[in-house]
Design a protein around this ligand. Sequence first.
Ligand code: MG
Length: 382
Amino acid sequence: MATTMKNLSVLGATGSIGVNVLNVARSYPDLYGIKYLSAHSQADLLIEQALEFSPKAVCIGDSGHYDKVNKALPGTEVLQGRSGLLELAGRDDVHTMVNALVGSAGMEPTIRSIQAGVDIALSNKESLVMAGDFINGLLKKHEVNLFPVDSEHSAIWQCLVGESTEDIKRLVVTGSGGPFRTLPVESFANITVAQALKHPNWAMGRKITIDSATMMNKGLEVIEAHWLFHLPAHKIDIVVHPQSIIHSMVEFLDGSVKAQLGIPDMKIPIQYALSYPRHLKQDWEQLDLAKVGTLTFEEPDLKKFRCIQLAFDALEAGGSVPVVLNVANEESVYRFLNGEISFNTIPKLITNAIDAHEFIEHPNLDDILALEQWTQAFIKRS
Ligand code: MG
């Protein structure tokens, strides 16, 4: 095999993406070594992972679990808290950092890792939504690669292998439409947390599952695609594709369209981000198109799923607006999950935060971090 051994740092190792990263690593022990692991609060799973993969260091975000982790892993360096996570993200003795952290908390680790000269496999789309311009500048400066893990962006990336960016007419980001695709908008106020957490095709964490239900996830992915593939908002479209078999498409100037297909399983884009440009053998479930039978497509309903339009508007407005959009969304989602606000209040709170904030045309990292705090406080008191 032409691929050489890579040492990985996996941040957010106990979440749904992190666990699948380790599933991929487990199947190719000669290709992937695990040097660092971090978890927020799932101490038992982190310990179990560390005992299996023998990393050099781990970080437990919630300091309340530090003693337990430290006692269970003698001989392993154990870091804790936000500062421990940032320190781990800044270590330069790994080949690739997999950022599987949830939400805006993942942005600074992305930046630390680039500054350390370490390639990134990025699942944390919020990094690019909040600081895409800043991160692209850093990638260039430090000559670091950033590979998408998000299935849509992995699909576009795969469609673009061997192609010229100047030949692209548009990107078509597909989305399942989530659990409320056919629910009348009049019923949105009564959507329960349990209903919103039932995604038809993908098994994911709680935050992204709610983002899929509001379709903000698709909006965030449009912004992510803008920074990854350097195309303006009007050249990025969303098509609803309920079967989640086509993971996205690229249309070229001659009318040719390339699509990437597969079963909806994050292990495929995760492995590609680690094995690029190779597609390494796996025995997991394979796509059987005859069994799938029908692939259907429809326009997204922007009146029903207001978060999509908010995201397009934020990308168009630029500057600090996507920062506020992202953080306001995240905080609103947590308030919804806590039973504090209704499902259809989420886009209202995001709109209020964007309207109330003081616009910054070119936010630097300090501006972004200050805006994050401002927006969190704004949504908490809304
Ligand atoms: Mg996605």
